[in-house]
Design a protein around this ligand. Structure first.
Ligand code: NAD
Length: 441
């Protein structure tokens, strides 16, 4: 619920966007803890080990006053959560969305800790969020809000402390504003404070498609493991932003037929296959997939959630949390679910999918390509020397395939689903780092 307007000293009204109540939403953080607990039980962790690595280490909440174009001031609720920094500085994106709550940001930071550990990069887990609908902001308002966020959180961030990146509704331009705000404040050129920047100012080759590319490396291995031919596979993708639109384009290149795509404004299907390149052009022109059914052989679904239930080989949730739940999990037909989004399946849905013998490539493995190339960007920024796209792709492929193999091996060893196996790998590495470091003072 928006906060009530209040008068400022100058007598001007202050409007508010202070977030909705989260009580009507399943708690993403509770879901994350359930995933953790299943793996921790198998590893027989002690209470002392658990208390150190389970809860976030630092939660910061601020109110951001921003001057709007009409001269009024709006106040936005914003968060940064640092979950665990035993293995390296906190790393994780910043999300701008009207439904952002502290619970959601805690869950996203938690998943970052274990994601970095699963792919073996020397970083911890963090995440940020602003409760705002960016579609209602002008470009100037969007820039002032982005800069204000970074300025308010300035003391938390730093190339060796906490390094943000893009997430839902933030992009390379926002990262450029973050980097500029930090660099101007410190009177120094400090590109390594944020990743996912445009290549012109220190961004890495391959970062923009890295999340989807990492997913593709996992998906190829999953199809190989299950003995299914990827080049003939049918695919549905929920969400058509950075992760989803690259997922559709890259899989089409592998020969897949994209049967359905969706965004916040609707879901579109085609028996003969959707051309993701055409869909990208549509979004570039209109800012949304709305109206995409004007193209031949494309139909709009009355209920966009039915996209998840299409009879396809591969389903890619690439939007938000809690999309596959106990109410629709039984109707999922895809054999393989590749989680580009964070937290798209609830624990109750996981149980159903496990019984139905679905192969879920979990978020903390599947979408780790983004943070992996972010790490490579950070390394390049610190050296001041930049690698070619080929070098980045070689490293990304190797790191993703190694992580996939390690998680699959763990899943077979303990006879557990891939999600629990990924947590086993991640928790072991975070626990080892915490124990080696011990407690300071
Ligand atoms: P984005 O803002 O670029 O795109 C989000 C897309 O989801 C948009 O097309 C939006 O319209 C759509 N969407 C929103 N609500 C929807 C709904 N209810 N139904 C269908 N579509 C909906 O965001 P992104 O960066 O692509 O992130 C998507 C997911 O991937 C998030 O869960 C994010 O945390 C995860 N992720 C992103 C990255 C990255 O590098 N960008 C890395 C790892 C994980």
């Amino acid at each position: 619920m928006p906060a009530k307007n209040a008068a400022t000293k100058s007598g001007k009204k202050v409007k508010g966007h202070l977030g909705r109540h989260s009580t009507d939403k399943p708690s993403a953080f509770d879901n994350a803890l359930k995933q953790f607990e299943r793996a921790a039980e198998i590893l027989e962790l002690t209470e002392n080990q658990i208390v150190v690595i389970k809860e976030p280490r630092r939660i910061t909440e601020v109110k951001l006053p921003v001057r709007m174009d009409d001269g009024s001031i709006d106040v936005f609720k914003a968060f940064r959560v640092q979950h665990n920094v035993a293995r390296g500085p906190a790393k994780g994106g910043v999300r701008f969305h009207p439904d952002v709550t502290v619970d959601e940001v805690k869950a996203l930071a938690f998943w970052m800790t274990y994601k970095c550990a699963v792919v073996g990069i020397p970083m911890g887990g963090g995440k940020g969020g602003v409760t705002v609908d960016p579609r209602k902001l002008s470009k100037g308002e969007f820039e002032r809000l982005s800069r204000r966020y970074f300025a308010e959180m300035m003391d938390l961030f730093g190339p060796d402390r906490d390094i943000p990146a893009p997430d839902v509704n933030t992009n390379p331009q926002v990262m450029a504003w973050f980097m500029d705000t930090y660099s101007m404040h410190h009177r120094n050129h400090l590109p390594a404070v944020v990743t996912g920047k445009p290549p012109e100012i220190g961004g890495s080759a391959g970062r923009v498609s890295a999340t989807a590319q990492g997913m593709v490396y996992c998906v190829r291995k999953a199809f190989e493991h299950l003995g299914i031919d990827l080049s003939k596979a049918s695919v549905a993708v929920q969400g058509f932003g950075n992760a989803g639109s690259y997922a559709a384009r890259l899989l089409k290149r592998d020969g897949c037929i994209i049967r359905g795509i969706s965004d916040i404004d609707g879901a579109f299907v085609s028996d003969s296959g959707i051309d993701p390149g055409l869909a990208v052009k549509h979004v570039e022109q209109y800012g949304t997939l709305k109206g995409f059914d004007k193209h031949a052989h494309v139909q709009k679904l009355d209920d966009p959630m039915k996209l998840l239930e299409l009879p396809v080989d591969l389903l890619i949730p690439a939007a938000l949390e809690n999309q596959i739940t106990k109410s629709n999990a039984r109707r999922i037909k895809a054999k393989i679910i590749a989680e580009c989004a964070n937290g798209p399946c609830t624990p109750e849905a996981d149980e159903i999918l496990e019984k139905k013998k679905k192969f879920v490539i979990p978020d903390i493995l599947c979408n780790a390509g983004g943070v992996t190339v972010s790490y490579l960007e950070w390394v390049q920024n610190r050296m001041g020397y930049y690698w070619t796209e080929e070098r980045i792709q070689d490293d990304l492929k190797r790191l993703m395939e190694d992580a996939f193999a390690r998680v699959l091996q763990t899943s077979l060893k303990y006879d557990v689903p891939m999600r629990t196996a990924a947590f086993i790998v991640g928790i072991q590495r975070v626990t080892e780092a915490s124990e080696l470091r011990g407690l300071y003072a």
